[in-house]
Design a protein around this ligand. Structure first.
Ligand code: GLN
Length: 379
């Protein structure tokens, strides 16, 4: 039997492939962004209690009221915009589920979708599976600055949407207010839908402020904000995310969410709802603990002569791997010599710049990260 033409040329992401390679050599996995840190007790115990209480049936397609209400409070407190929990929030199976439901609900096959390069490969490949035509705007390291004239040029007659991942996976770029105001002007001129991915919103450095695109004047009505709980509560395997936007659009997203997934796992939603009651200090502590990890890894990469592009946010660092050859080869050399897995930059770029880079993830317990750094320093 044949496989759908849309899948031609698509293979499983290197993000997943490198995890298998890593297991083969019993290495330390700084490849896939697994985030193996402890889950906050509030979240864990909330889910356990919900299971014990038998809260094990479907929730509404848009999620349990408790979680949507907690999200609405959090949006107002931390993201600078409001959403009606009854109509403007849909809880999904991870941020990836939110992305899939959003693009299927709001775009048509053949529509152009603009990605900033380096991009998160899942945004690209999920869009290809849905039959969209990607457009690209390559941003240049180390600052990955967004220039309005370049953005304007990257939009053509078929472009209907633009994806903004901030803080970005893999570059760590955090879009500034100026970047987002330029985006707002271009989006208004061309009537573009803005789809965000803000899953790393609490992981940022040197006190840098996370600015949600929907909080920028002119963007709220044309933006689907996608956020997730995986990284904030270290529950990547729970698969919980959400989409926020105008009621009419979220209604369509919810329709698709229902058809694809029915709902996100109910007891896990209740655990996450409990997590939002955590004191503000919990969210602040995320920043300082990750900043220390970032600095430890960047220092080790420098001593390994893999010069890092120090990230502003998220928990990945891109490093120049030219010393070990093209990215795929370099990733295997680092894995063989140091038994540390990374992701070849080719997973995040279409062309040559990706061949010079490896992505390392530092969402690891300190002891494991220290050990990985020790190994990297000696290659
Ligand atoms: N978002 C994470 C990463 O970029 C994990 C993605 C995944 O496991 N598919 O590594």
């Amino acid at each position: 039997m044949r496989i759908a033409r849309r899948l031609e040329g698509l293979v499983q992401s290197d993000i997943r492939r490198m995890t298998r390679e890593c297991e083969r050599v019993s290495g330390i996995n700084l490849g896939q962004g697994i985030c193996d840190l402890p889950t906050p007790p509030l979240v864990r115990d909330g889910a356990i209690a919900a299971i014990r209480e038998g809260r094990s049936t479907y929730s509404f397609a848009e999620g349990t009221p408790q979680l949507r209400e907690a999200i609405a409070r959090k949006l107002e407190r931390d993201n600078g915009f409001r959403a009606d929990p009854a109509t403007e929030i849909c809880v999904t199976v991870g941020a990836s589920g939110a992305f899939a439901a959003t693009i299927s609900a709001l775009l048509d096959p053949g529509d152009g979708l603009l990605l900033f390069e380096p991009y998160y490969g899942y945004h690209l490949n999920a869009s290809l599976v849905a039959g969209f035509e990607p457009r690209y705007l390559t941003l240049q390291p180390p600052d990955f600055t967004l220039r309005e004239e370049e953005l304007e040029r990257a939009v053509d007659a078929k472009t209907r949407a633009v994806v903004v991942c901030t803080p970005s996976n893999p570059s760590g770029k955090m879009y500034s207010r100026k970047d987002l105001e330029a985006l707002a002007r271009v989006a208004q001129r061309h009537d573009l839908l803005v789809i965000t991915d803000e899953i790393y919103e609490y992981i940022r450095y040197q006190g840098r402020e996370h600015i949600s695109p929907a909080s920028i004047p002119g963007l709220r009505d044309r933006t689907i904000s996608i956020m997730g709980l995986s990284k904030t509560f270290s529950i990547t395997g729970w698969r919980l995310g959400y989409a926020v936007g105008p009621a009419r659009l979220i209604g369509a997203v919810t329709l698709v969410n229902d058809l694809y997934y029915v709902c996100a796992p109910t007891p896990l939603q209740l655990g996450a709802a409990a997590g939002f009651a955590a004191p503000r200090a919990y969210f602040d502590e995320l920043q300082s603990s990750y900043q220390r990890k970032r600095d430890i890894l960047c220092e080790a990469l420098s001593s390994a002569r893999l010069p890092p592009i120090v990230p502003q946010g998220a928990y990945y660092v891109l490093a120049d791997c030219t010393r070990f050859g093209p990215a795929q080869e370099a990733a295997m050399t680092v894995l063989d010599r140091a038994r540390v897995a990374s992701i070849p930059g080719t997973a995040f770029y279409r062309g040559p710049p990706g061949d010079r880079l490896l992505r390392f993830c530092f969402a690891k317990e300190d002891g494991v990260l220290e050990e990985a750094c020790q190994r990297l320093r000696s290659i």
